[in-house]
Design a protein around this ligand. Structure first.
Ligand code: C5P
Length: 227
């Protein structure tokens, strides 16, 4: 059967990765979480001390990018590929609020984007890939056969993320999460390099009032039509 490329972009915490994982599993495609790649570079910058409480040394990080090796390894039990930073599984560490609070500033740096986009394009060479992020339909795979743009109200997105984060960070407040979601969207949508915009031919899905199942069936149907 013909294989296609599926690009899923959209605002923060719209459930892109849950949906993309499910879609990849059903179609027997590979799934790549590009947000995890930007998060892993952010974690690297933190570990190396390039990030202090509210600033970071972009030049130093860029000069050390050749020490950042990112890879994905499929976890049979979880059913998706987890991200490794220099051979360490960092899937959990990259989801902290500290990383979330800084990642969009790291993602503004063009040299970082160039490195990651190059790697992302390679994953799509044979098609049969579902990739989610902010610039997949516009920059990474502008020729993707199916492009989805996901959004939902900021409050609903923050509420979902807040519930998700509570296990890992019990002290986190809803307002903190809402602030992070709104700020990330603002930086992501207004940056100069590869801003978050709706790609040409993308299907826009506002999932504020859709159940996960309704949304999944809608997108699976679009995928079948595109294959
Ligand atoms: O998808 P996730 O919310 O984990 O992404 C974290 C951040 O990484 C985003 O807020 C954005 O700043 C950045 N990002 C990006 N381009 C992508 C994927 C993520 O700039 N393709």
């Amino acid at each position: 059967m013909k294989k296609i490329t599926i690009a899923i972009d959209g605002h923060s915490s719209t459930g892109k990765s849950t949906l993309a994982k499910q879609l990849a599993k059903t179609l027997n495609y590979i799934y790549i979480d590009t947000g995890a790649m930007y998060r892993a570079v952010t974690l690297f910058a933190m570990q190396q001390g390039f990030i202090t409480s509210d600033t970071f040394d972009a030049d130093q990080l860029v000069a050390n990018l050749n020490h950042v090796f990112l890879s994905f390894k499929f976890n049979e039990d979880l059913g998706f590929a987890e991200i490794y930073l220099n051979d360490e599984n960092v899937e959990d560490k990259i989801r902290s609020i500290e990383v979330s609070n800084f990642v969009s500033k790291i993602a503004e740096v063009s040299a970082i984007r160039t490195k990651l986009v190059q790697q992302q394009k390679k994953y799509g060479i044979d098609k049969g890939v579902v990739m989610d992020g902010r610039d997949i339909g516009t920059v990474v795979f502008p020729d993707a056969e199916l492009k989805i743009f996901m959004t939902a109200s900021a409050e609903i997105r923050a509420e979902r993320r807040y519930l998700e984060l509570q296990e890992k960070s019990p002290n986190i407040t809803f307002d903190e999460v809402l602030k992070n979601v709104v700020e990330r969207d603002k930086i992501d949508s207004t940056r100069e390099d590869s801003p978050l915009i709706v790609a040409e031919n993308a299907v826009m899905i506002d999932n504020s009032n859709l159940t996960k199942e309704e949304q999944f069936n809608l997108i699976l149907d679009l995928a079948h039509k595109a294959i």
